[in-house]
Structures are given as C-alpha cells and as structure tokens.
Design a protein. Structure first.
Length: 305
C-alpha cells in the first residue's frame, strides 16, 4: 500500500495510490464504507495514519478495495495537488552524509582527499521543516545565495513508533514506510560555512514524495534501485545495497541515546553522480526538471525556477 497527502478544496486529504495511477480519497471514503474504525475521526494526512497505529491498516485496505470497486471517491493522480506525505514535520529531517561507497569516492576525489577515506561511523546532519515540499513543487534557484545548487536522490525512512537505543536486529520494527527524497544542496555554502547545515537548509530544498510505501510492500529496503535524471539525462543510478551503513544500522546509530518518534523522517544518503563531482561541475538552473525515482516507491518530480 502507498499513502499520500494531497490538497482538495483547500484542505488536506489522505490518499491511497492504486496501481493504475489513480488515487482513492481515503479521507472522504472513511465515512462512506464499512470498516472497523469508521466511528473514529477520519485521517487527513499520512501522519494521522501513523499515529493511529497498525490497527488502521485493515481499515485502509478495506477502503481501498471498496472505493476501487465502486470507482468513488477516486481521482487521477495527475489531477491532484500533492503535498509532501508529512508536509509539516515536527522535527528537522534527519540526514545521512557519505553513505554510498561510490559517492564517497567521487566526493573524496572532488575535494582532494584519498579515495578510500571512508567514514568509521555515520555522519548526520539535518534539514529544517521549511525545506520540505512535495511532488511537482517549484523550487527556487536561490541565485542570490548560491552559485552551485545540486541534487541528491535518496531513500527516505518514515518512522512509525517511538524508540530509543533501538537494536539493529529490531530496527525495521520501528519503520512505518519508505519514500523518495531529493536532498537539494548549495555546495558552495557547505564549503563556506565549514559544515553542512546551512548549505542543506535553503527554503524548499527537500522535496519528499510522492508517496510513502508501507514497509510491508518493500521486501528489502537494502536492495532498491534508485536513480535521478535532469532534463531527461540520467545522472544517478545505483542500488541501496551500495550503502556503507544499511537501513537497520542507520536507525540503530541515530536512536542511540536519542528518541525517534512517529513521523520522523530519515534521508539515508545519495549515490554517485552528483553535479558538483562532474568535470566541470554542473549546477541546477532555472527551468531544470529533476526526476528522482525509486521504482518500488514512485517518482518525485521537481522544477527549478
């Protein structure tokens, strides 16, 4: 099952993606069909579904089946205004740097480091909630602030329940689902400020979506293809198996002494092929259309303006 948040008549609605690019309006369907949680208030965003716990999954599945058969309330995905699945996260987006082996090598070479200078532990940073936008968003070039705006396709983890000091072997139990993230980055600001936060935090530079694929629909998050193209040119193509630290290790390391909560989002790092490592480096510019995709989840489209 794939869930999303969209806007209808100025209000947020929870949607469920059907296999033919149609979307069930689960908020509207909530009171139309029979299901175990009908007496409870209808969820209007993905975060509502997360907080309702595992018991909501049966209701959502029943609603998807009944609405699909009745063809109501069902919309074409192309007609909807997508938001990020969690459009107003309560915390910063947690991010992992230098986690794909090939990307570590290209970054080391671009910065004049030894190619085999691999991190011994995960390198974490964050992006504030003001960076979060959804599928089909227009993102500023931020030309007044950066000369080198770059892209990064990443697998996103959406946390489903609270936990601290989570063991590696139990880590996937804390996952609600997975999404696609484009960690748009001002490379020169990273260098100028000597750390990553500022260069990662310009408004609108964290497109997320279009959906959250529930963890039950992803057989192995550490074996997912992911790729990114700019204006139809393939720039990144890899598999999450190239991650230095896998999904379970990321959750375990991040939660050590620090509580993860439902709705928290973790970006797991990007593979090789980023613009700043090209010769010569290539920046995103106004009019560029970026398509970041993980086929098992979906395709996230962003346009630079």
């Amino acid at each position: 099952m794939k869930l999303l948040t969209f806007v209808a008549a100025g209000e947020t609605h929870l949607g469920g993606m059907l296999g033919d690019d149609r979307v069930v309006d689960l908020t509207q369907a909530w009171g139309m069909y029979e299901h175990p949680l009908r007496a409870r208030q209808a969820p209007t965003e993905v975060i509502d579904a997360i907080f309702m716990g595992d018991e909501i999954l049966i209701s959502l599945q029943l609603l998807m089946e009944q609405a699909s058969q009745a063809k109501a309330p069902v919309h074409a995905a192309s007609d909807l205004c997508f938001l990020a699945p969690v459009p107003n996260p309560a915390k910063n987006i947690f991010c992992v740097g230098r986690n794909y082996r090939a990307h570590i090598v290209e970054g080391n070479l671009a910065r004049g480091r030894a190619a085999d200078d691999f991190p011994k532990a995960l390198e974490f940073f964050s992006k504030p909630p003001t960076t979060v936008v959804g599928h089909q968003a227009l993102v500023s070039r931020h030309a007044a602030h950066t000369k080198m705006l770059d892209y990064e396709v990443e697998l996103g983890i959406v946390i489903g329940k609270e936990g601290r000091d989570i063991p590696v072997e139990d880590a996937l139990d804390y996952v609600f689902g997975y999404t696609v993230i484009n960690d748009i980055t001002a490379r020169d600001l990273q260098a100028l400020h000597g750390q990553w936060f500022k260069g990662k935090s310009l408004d609108g530079t964290c497109p997320i979506g279009p959906v959250v694929a529930l963890k039950t629909s992803i057989a192995d998050p550490n074996a997912l293809d992911l790729e990114l193209e700019v204006n139809g040119e393939l720039r990144q193509s890899a598999n999450t198996s190239d991650m230095l630290f896998d999904v379970s290790n990321i959750i375990a390391q991040l939660s050590a002494g620090m509580t993860l909560e439902p709705g928290d989002i973790i970006a797991t790092g990007t593979p090789s092929g980023v613009g700043f490592a090209m010769q010569p480096p290539r920046s995103l510019e106004p009019g560029d259309v970026i398509k970041a995709r993980i086929p098992a989840i979906g395709e996230l489209v962003t346009t630079i303006e």
